[in-house]
Design a protein around this ligand. Sequence first.
Ligand code: FE2
Length: 293
Amino acid sequence: MRNTLLDEINENGFIIIEEFLTVEEVEELYRAGRALCMDAPQANRKIFSTVNASDTHSKETYFLESGDKVSYFFEEGAVGPNGELLVNPMHALNKVGHALHTEHPTFEKITFSNRVREICWQLNFNRPAVCQSMYIYKNPGIGGEVIPHQDSSFIYTEPNSTIGFWIALEDCNLQNGCLQFIKGSHKSGVHRRYIRNKENDANELLIYDRSAPIYPQSSFTPLKVSKGTCIVIHGNAVHKSEPNRSQQSRHAYAFHVIETENNVKYSQDNWLQPIKDKPFPILFECKDKNECD
Ligand code: FE2
């Protein structure tokens, strides 16, 4: 019998773990996130937006090929018509991803820590792998809305096994765009998928297989959390965040874990595919229920 974390995620669709990181670890990740701002490209800047996905990253091979790299995505309002930066470089990025967990030692250390392994073990994973990671900025005034979604729409396995680790590196509240969840929504399946476009000459490389469901605003519960808190997210849990309307940033580090055994199949339609001869790195492997490496 593994324990109550499993009960909690099965009941609500998420788990809140306060003080998941120490103050020093939060500081280390935050510093690394700020340092990435200075490494961002000075030309040919790419935009990430969940509101206007079809006009931004869905068209870009830069996004499609970012699964094993440290790639930089700017806020829509941060880049002018000629590609020029309109804001302070420290406030310009939407996110950096999607392989900080393998390409950056600071993020690798936290991602492959025993704390993360323990949670996966308690959630009954047998051979969990980390498939992607990202540093999310949500900068003051410019950090855009993340529309209601399920992470399984993007990282789909059959049966569902995706979970997200979302770690607050700053205090999160309604003003700076904390995560908001529909409790229990993970029990209603995957509502739509974001997949590779099979049409060769298509303008969009990635598309949604159906239009966005409408979720009433009143069904969302905002999760105000302190920095260092980890929210573990069931892949089918509907969540969102509003634009950052405050003067404070809302940095977070997030990564996703999938099961790679128990006949779980990773969808070949997912935007993110493991590179040949470079499978997603595993957190541990259980030979049987009592023996894990
Ligand atoms: Fe998400």
